[in-house]
Design a protein around this ligand. Structure first.
Ligand code: OFO
Length: 171
């Protein structure tokens, strides 16, 4: 049984995760439109992972007998100045998500909601990984700046990323 304010906060986080999914789907389309299929693949997988994050919270709320509120999803941008700018926005967005997760953890601590506190630990680790991945790609993009063959190599690299679904059922 969740307290109402935790139920509300987790429902808001579903919306944050769905916006993340929308943002990365839009970035995937952008990369496709400029012929960078590997980057598009990376972002498409990111989109799927964000949907998994939303579903992980959804399933947790259901398991706690809480209500689900599916709020409207904001419209993301659909063009970026360059691959570097898109990834800089990605990192900035993930830093915002990290803050959202930290706020949820603080709330769980404040109201002594130990189940939710435990549930959120997975997201804390995930955010460390997400920010690290973005920083790595930003560094590489800075290295290959204005070098078409470098960008092509990086695109090839990112085309290798594979999606492994999160087991969200009852998870
Ligand atoms: Fe990108 O980790 Fe969820 O939002």
């Amino acid at each position: 049984m969740l307290e109402k304010k935790m139920e509300e906060a987790l429902n808001k986080q579903i919306n944050e995760e769905m916006f993340s999914a929308y943002l990365y789907l839009s970035m995937s389309a952008y990369f496709d439109s400029i012929g960078l299929k590997g980057f598009a693949n990376w972002m498409m997988i990111q989109y799927k992972e964000e949907t998994d994050h939303a579903m992980k919270i959804y399933n947790y709320l259901i398991s706690q007998g809480a209500d689900i509120y599916l709020y409207s999803i904001k419209e993301p941008a659909h063009q970026w100045e360059s691959p570097l700018k898109a990834f800089e926005e990605t990192l900035k967005h993930e830093q915002h998500i990290t803050q959202c997760i930290n706020d949820l953890v603080d709330l769980a601590e404040d109201i002594k909601d130990r189940a939710t506190y435990n549930f959120l630990q997975w997201f804390i680790d995930e955010q460390v990984e997400e920010e690290e991945n973005d920083r790595e790609i930003i560094e590489k993009l800075k290295l290959v700046e204005n070098n078409k063959s470098g960008l092509f190599m990086l695109d090839k690299d990112l085309s290798l990323r594979k999606y492994s679904p999160l087991i969200t059922e009852g998870n």
